[in-house]
Write a new protein. Structure first.
Length: 139
């Protein structure tokens, strides 16, 4: 397991997430990333609603997933999450997924988002409160 991730969310693979080969369909990993990102923001005590209250929204502009193994129906996965980089207007969430009982690596990836003014849709500086929340949590 990756020790450099402070946060993870467990999830159980549902049958509907598997394909005819019997393992998780590749597209579901992006859903797992998104779910873990949402829970990570809650752990930071700076949620999506907090962005909106500051007049900021964000768009996902780039995603990536590297498949390290296969996950199967009813397995429990740990989706490890952190903010790996914060720029001026962009920030990148990093993910590593492991099967719970064996620690078997399943996937790694990232989502890069750009902060935008929620009215003009133009890029803006990432809120200081978010930067501080990440720094405090990850310290």
């Amino acid at each position: 397991m990756e020790s450099h991730f402070k946060f993870f969310v467990p999830l159980q693979v549902r049958f509907a997430e598997t394909d005819m080969q019997g393992h998780v369909f590749f597209g579901h990993y992006f859903t797992y990333f998104d779910l873990a990102l949402t829970e990570y923001l809650k752990a930071l005590h700076y949620t999506y609603d907090d962005f909106l209250k500051e007049g900021v929204d964000f768009f996902y502009v780039q995603t990536d997933c590297q498949f390290k193994g296969r996950a199967f129906f009813d397995e429990i996965l740990h989706v490890h999450t952190r903010v790996g980089k914060i720029g001026n207007s962009s920030f990148t969430f990093e993910f590593s997924i492991f099967e719970e009982s064996s620690g078997r690596p399943i996937a790694t990836g990232h989502i890069t988002a750009v902060a935008i003014d929620k009215e003009t849709r133009e890029p803006v500086r990432i809120p200081e409160r978010f930067r501080k929340a990440v720094a405090d949590y990850e310290a």
